[in-house]
Design a protein around this ligand. Structure first.
Ligand code: FVH
Length: 292
């Protein structure tokens, strides 16, 4: 039965908020787990749940072939693994970093005899171990290595493999998080507009959420235009019309006593693109202005 199938043993370095959440799911699923953390106290609760606590990062790495690291940043990964023998290890790095850091870390691991997968976590700790939360991790690196450990890696949250290039998981991670910050910026401006009025922010919130969801599918249209190179394809609200509306947004902000500093840069790009004679296009041309 599935309960009697041997579960892959693994090592986890880093027991911060995310590492601890990951550890709990592997333990709950019956995986033998060796852990190490710079501050040992964080490992105590996990030991009570069955984790083997190693005395050092090197000892933890020596304990298992599959080694997962979830540390603060790339510098801490370097520091923690400096004294460990990585020969023959399958190193999975779930620490957030840049694509360049991931590629360099992959070369670094290979030079030390390890195979390397990079991961970008699209979840916050409470989403780990909760399949319906929609969380997942982007993985990139050798596909064969991902397939070998897919089942174990899928225990804490969903998995999405995005390619052999070790930098692609980080690139997808940062791309999605960048879009998220743009959304937060827009929502912040919207809340600021009503801040001094007799409007309950709690009444605006569901309207904002519904509107963002309604507008989100526009990204598919943008992708099609980028693919074809024709930014007039299927245009509904052209750039000329949208730029004509900018004073309405800026004047409303001024009248409400709200700084335009979040929206201003985007409007500037729209105006620049229009000045290039692209009034019949969608706003997709702004992307070309961003790519240096
Ligand atoms: N938490 C979140 O919401 C996000 C969700 C998306 C992914 N991120 C990334 O996950 C990495 C770990 O994040 P975390 O939430 O676990 O972070 P912390 O709770 O701050 O724990 C950090 C761990 O790193 C250890 N550490 C830091 N510096 C060093 C070092 N120089 N040497 C050894 N270990 C180090 C720290 O150890 P300690 O402070 O307990 O001794 C924690 O184990 C991260 O890349 C997020 O961007 C999380």
């Amino acid at each position: 039965t599935p309960d009697t199938v041997e579960k892959t043993p693994l090592t986890l370095l880093g027991l911060g908020a995310m590492g601890t959440a990951l550890a709990r799911t592997w333990l709950a699923a019956g995986h033998p787990l060796t852990v190490w953390n710079r501050t040992p106290a964080r490992a105590e609760a996990l030991a009570a749940d069955g984790a083997e606590v190693a005395d050092s990062a090197a000892a933890a790495v020596a304990a298992n072939t599959l080694v997962v690291v979830c540390l603060l940043d790339d510098a801490s990964v370097e520091e923690v693994l400096a004294g460990a023998d990585l020969t023959g290890r399958d190193l999975v790095n779930l620490t957030t970093g840049t694509p360049a850091q991931a590629r360099a870390r992959a070369r670094w691991a290979q030079e030390r005899g390890a195979r390397y997968l990079d991961g970008g976590i699209m979840a916050v700790p409470p989403m780990i171990g909760v399949p319906e939360s929609g969380g997942y991790v982007f993985y990139s690196g050798p596909e064969e290595l991902f397939e070998r450990h897919r089942e174990t890696l899928a225990v804490p949250t969903g998995t999405r493999y995005v390619g052999e290039d070790a930098g692609f998981a980080a690139l997808h991670d940062v791309a999605l998080l960048s879009a998220m910050y743009g959304m937060f910026a827009g929502a912040s401006h919207a809340f600021a507009l009503i801040r001094k009025e007799d409007i309950d922010p709690a009444s605006l919130a569901p309207l904002l959420a519904d509107w963002i969801v309604a507008m989100a599918p526009a990204v598919h249209h943008t992708a099609e235009q980028l693919r074809s190179g024709d930014y007039t394809q299927g245009v509904v609200s052209n750039l000329a019309m949208q730029v004509a509306g900018i004073p309405t947004f800026l004047n409303t902000a001024e009248q409400q006593g709200v700084s335009p500093e979040l929206l201003g840069p985007y409007f500037e790009l729209m105006r620049r693109r229009l000045a290039e004679g692209s009034g019949e296009e969608d706003v997709t041309g702004v992307i070309d202005l961003l790519v240096r």
